[in-house]
Design a protein around this ligand. Structure first.
Ligand SMILES: [Zn+2]
Length: 288
């Protein structure tokens, strides 16, 4: 799988080195200029989308505070154009607790040269998030974590989440389970995962043998969904530990509960406003 991710860049470089004619040299000059432009676009032009960037930084820092992160892995992304193909994403290997608004990369899912750039994102993040933003216009914000309880659920032979309380009922009939894990999420695996999100009503992908991917209309919406999914998975896993029979809700009540919570006014937004207010007071550097 590594060869697929790196092969594109290696091929492009070797064709420039061996081509003899001037048009290629001029193209190389253009490439250098474009690389400079991309450098500005990837890292430096942070005045644009400043609120979106601050929301993302808040989501990263709270994910770390809640111990839902894992080392310096995992990525969140947010589409910023109508087509959903341009998106903000965290840099390669930066700890979530240190992410600032200005650190986020601004990427184009259709730019095949992205991984040639010196400031290129993590190749698996490019594979997964690039594919989702290329194919799923409805997936505005994409959050992927290996949080413990969601990952335990994803490790069970049956990764379904039965509705046994309000939080588990939120997700009734609203997730997909990927049972085809095929290694790290380089481009081919990313494309395969993106295909599983084609139904906009399924906003959670339980990634078998891997973790969870959550989508939402905004950072607040996706973060809130990820938070509640982890809580729901924790409740279910701990209920299994008791080895007692589970009190599973009927499909009718589970569906009713899920709809009531979906229609509850601005729940995700209000949750997130509070999270930002706490950071504003305790670590305002996240907005920089
Ligand atoms: Zn992952």
């Amino acid at each position: 799988m590594t060869g697929i991710a790196c092969g594109v860049g290696a091929q492009a470089i070797s064709s420039v080195k061996t081509a003899p004619n001037n048009s290629v040299h001029s193209a190389k000059g253009e490439e250098a200029i474009m690389s400079e432009v991309r450098k500005v676009e990837f890292g430096k032009n942070t005045a644009e989308f400043s609120e979106e960037r601050a929301d993302m930084a808040c989501a990263f820092r709270w994910t770390a505070r809640l111990n839902l992160h894992e080392g310096v892995a995992n990525h969140f992304s947010l589409a910023v154009n109508d087509e959903g193909t341009k998106f903000l994403m965290n840099r390669n290997q930066q700890h979530f607790s240190r992410v600032k608004a200005s650190d986020l990369l601004l990427l184009d899912a259709n730019d095949a040269t992205t991984m040639d750039h010196p400031d290129a994102p993590d190749p698996t993040a490019w594979g997964l998030h690039g594919s989702v933003h290329r194919h799923c216009r409805h997936a505005r914000c994409v959050i992927h974590v290996h949080s413990v309880h969601a990952t335990v659920l994803a490790s069970l032979a049956d990764s379904n989440l039965p509705p046994i309380d309000q939080n588990t009922a939120i997700f009734f009939n609203r997730y997909v389970i990927d049972e085809g894990y095929n290694g790290l999420a380089f481009e081919e695996e990313g494309e395969r995962c993106a295909e599983m999100l084609s139904d906009p009503s399924k906003k959670v992908m339980i990634m078998g043998n891997h973790g969870v991917l959550v989508i939402g209309d905004t950072v607040a919406d996706a973060f809130n969904r990820m938070y509640y999914f982890e809580r729901a998975a924790e409740t279910y896993i701990k209920a299994l530990w008791t080895q007692q029979p589970l009190r599973v809700l009927s499909d009718e009540i589970a569906e009713k509960t899920s709809r009531e919570i979906e229609q509850y006014p601005d729940q995700g937004q209000r949750h997130f406003v509070e999270l930002r207010a706490i950071l504003d007071a305790e670590e305002p550097a996240y907005r920089e």
